[in-house]
Design a protein around this ligand. Sequence first.
Ligand code: ATP
Length: 354
Amino acid sequence: TPLIRKTEPIPVALYGGRNAVTMLPGGGIGPELMGYVKEVFKYAGAPVDFEVVEIDEKSEDNDDLDYAITSIKRNGVAIKGNIETKSESANVTSRNVAIRNELDLYVNVLNCKSYPGVPARQSNIDVVIIRQNTEGEYAMLEHESVDGVVESMKVVTKSNSDRVARFAFEYAKKNGRKKITTIHKANIMKLSDGLFLETSKKIAKEYPEIEHNDMIIDNCCMQLVSNPHQFDVMIMTNLYGSIVSNVVCGVIGGAGLLSGKNYGDHYAIFEPGTRNTGTAIAGKNIANPIAMLNASVDMLRHLGHSQHAELIQRAINRTVSEDHIHTPDLGGSAKSTDVVSRIIDHIMQDTRHW
Ligand code: ATP
């Protein structure tokens, strides 16, 4: 019998005002970035205890994965690096996808806001990408029907399209956003993307105060590069979300800045926005620590530790936008540790009189 029972949430553990949070360092630069998060939390006095779960990338069984999922169910919240799947076997699928599916984290939110002082292709961008996070092209239903013919299923359901659209309109309402654009390819994928688009149009009618329009994914990619300020909140299916997130991160300043949030009804996972592993730059002290630190700030906010979140956020913003301590991905020459130690300096200055 399987260790994990899908439908039953495990009660969230709380230890005297502190939160236990699952930390999945993942591969590549994940472990070093998590080290920076722990260091910054120590100086900020953030009331969080990490339960670190390593997942063996080469393993063919799912014991580590089951343990990670149990831990997240117990804690309710996780911070995560990207987990690589190194097994060659077609039966071993992405652990990242498995975790999101098992926890039913049906929506991914990426706040794409420009950093003043960071060299970028476009400035003053403030777009929110809301992405269906568990189905679409990530259904992992692929098979070779006859020799040389592979079929891959894209699954779109009314219930998930409904949940994502509703999440987006509620998000817009709560955060004072004015417009939502549904991104799709319903001219070609008439049934699947058609359902996603029609569902968002239907939900939009319940929110007359928020403008709603739609755009084909290919045009959307062009507009994001040439005229991104027309966008406010965008909703889309899983694969488009992955691509569009990377386009916007590229336009704003690369993979090292933005964080992404994964939500379901019971659990939340925080991670760098582009979900890169960064294998080639691991261990060189050049990875940009900002994306993972922003993920840790998102996590603190989610847990209700807004004072600690603000403290760290302020220190990050000063380091990046005022002191211009930039790693090579932003055109600078600072080491990862230079960035982290400047952030800690700011934190110590702000907490001197506490
Ligand atoms: P791989 O599995 O080979 O690592 P990937 O698909 O995860 O591939 P990456 O190559 O990891 O993608 O990342 C894409 C690009 O973004 C790379 O050039 C990588 O160096 C860069 N990158 C990702 N994260 C960071 C970061 N935190 N700081 C600086 N550069 C980063």
